[in-house]
Design a protein around this ligand. Structure first.
Ligand code: A2P
Length: 265
């Protein structure tokens, strides 16, 4: 099965399967979304704070794709982290996307424990009402997951965190796994910085006649970590989902796993 057709079951949201790759929409345009839609990205990751929900809807419409035909994620921003705030943010997001239900709704950034819990309870109600298919968090660490668990029996389906070969977050990925939480990697390409110039990745890329971005995304795919790369460049948008022509062997995976942590971990 191709990478773009692969889904991973969300253990804490039974029946919901999440595409293994999606298009990140922070700082991207409607035209980029349209290019990603045309390239076959099965999922789009947005947030109230990005102001790109309408670009997602518009870019899909430009390619004659119904928003309900793609897995859509959005996030509750910190200014909306109250019971009322969650409801109104959700209704705005749903309108922006042009859908009746949202596939995945996340808390964008943790605040204090009380506010996380109030937000979470409101999201649980949206989920119970069938308005969102799965709920989760972003940028939570283990202690914040623990604090949430003290006030709610609903465990997040997803924890979306910054993760790439030079910031592997191994302990947190393991914490997520033990709780049945699926990890999504944002900025999987290290925002186009040193990751893509890493000599170890470049060597593996050369050996497969692909780019370091493709090696990075293939590594995440083989580790069953959802990735949501961003790009505004149509060629790179296509490249980042063109991951089926090569497979990393165990030695290559181990070499990437062992890359020096040049950035803070
Ligand atoms: P651009 O929009 O010019 O393609 P991340 O997803 O880790 O946040 O990285 C996004 C950044 O990486 C953007 O600046 C994007 O620039 C760049 N980028 C995305 N895909 C590639 C690629 N295949 N090769 C090089 N740079 C890329």
């Amino acid at each position: 099965m191709s990478v773009s057709e692969t889904t991973l079951p969300l253990k804490n949201a039974p029946g919901v399967d999440m595409p293994a790759i999606g298009f990140g929409t922070w700082q991207v345009t409607r035209a980029a979304v349209a290019a990603a839609a045309a390239a076959g990205y099965p999922a789009f990751d947005s947030a109230t704070m990005y102001h790109t929900e309408r670009d997602v809807a518009g870019g899909l419409a430009d390619e004659h794709i119904a928003p309900t035909d793609r897995f859509l994620t959005t996030k509750i921003w910190r200014s909306d982290m109250t019971d009322r705030g969650v409801r109104s943010a959700f209704h705005a997001s749903k309108k922006n996307f042009g859908v009746e239900t949202i596939d995945l709704l996340l808390i964008h950034w943790p605040q204090n424990a009380a506010s996380n819990l109030e937000t979470w309870k409101a999201m649980e109600e949206l989920h119970d009402a069938g308005l969102v298919r799965a709920i989760g968090v972003s940028n939570f660490d283990a202690s914040q997951l623990d604090a949430l668990a003290k006030g709610s029996d609903t465990v997040p389906a997803v924890n979306q965190i910054e993760l790439h070969p030079l910031r592997q977050r191994k302990a947190l990925v393991e914490e997520n796994r033990q709780r049945g939480i699926s990890t999504t990697a944002y900025s999987p390409l290290g925002q186009g910085g040193p990751v893509l110039r890493d000599p170890g990745l470049l060597q593996i890329a050369q050996d497969h006649d692909v780019t370091s971005a493709q090696v990075t995304l293939r590594w995440l795919f083989q580790k069953q970590i959802v990735a949501i790369p961003r790009s505004t460049n149509p060629e790179r948008i296509r490249q980042n989902i063109d991951l089926d022509g090569f497979v990393l062997d165990d030695d290559e995976l181990a070499r990437i796993d062992a890359l020096p942590r040049q950035l803070h971990n």
